[in-house]
Design a protein around this ligand. Sequence first.
Ligand SMILES: [Zn+2]
Ligand SMILES: [Zn+2]
Length: 266
Amino acid sequence: MPTLYDLHTHTNRSFDAEASLEAQCRRATELGLAGFAVTDHCDVNMHSLACARTVFAAGGADIRRMREQVPFALFQGIELGEPLEDPDYAGEMLSLLPYDYVIGSIHNTPGKPDFYFLDCREIDLDEMLEPYFEELIRLAEWGQTDSIAHLTYPLRYITGKYNRKVELSRYDALIDQLFRTMITRGIALEVNASGLRQGLNAPMPDERFLRRYFALGGRRIVLGSDAHTARDLAAGIPETAALCRKIGFTTALTFRQRRAAAYNLE
Ligand SMILES: [Zn+2]
Ligand SMILES: [Zn+2]
């Protein structure tokens, strides 16, 4: 049994997820996971700070209680979405709990709805994607998160849902700038396995981007399923780990109290 960690999962404390913490833990035990991180959504542009505080304080207490009872590592995380749209809000949430791991995410171009809600059939892709990559660079420069998640997230909808092709090589300069900033700042690159089950047939980012990150000297990767159900816990992680190994990565990271620890990709 290879060592499997899933550093990106949601429970029903996320608006779009259905699994209870108990159900995720039962599934992790069944799968023999070495550990997983609960990284519920905190999108600063979606919910009031008071509401987010209440949800995370309760969720954090549950995780710390559960951690004493389970035979694997249970990490307390947060997926901080769009933090630069309200840095004060983001800062308050970051100081609320003793997180193990903080994911930074961008789910929309600034001021626009989540790609999840957009009809991508008619939309001008440059108008969407250029500000998306620029916002990711700003997120890396902000430097308050341990990783940046699901790079190329808009493809889940543009390609996965609406079947539109998009030539991402036109954004290569922006992506290089993003990777260089992440490497300099020590921010890990998440390899998000959800693309494998959401019409992309590849993780986010895919092999081409992972090879570019590796070529630029990037070695800090984190694997996550982005499971919103217990069934999807760790889904696609073995395949994603195999792809990363093929590219040349030998380790991936877990985080405890916001310190990274490497484990071997087997
Ligand atoms: Zn996300
Ligand atoms: Zn997520």
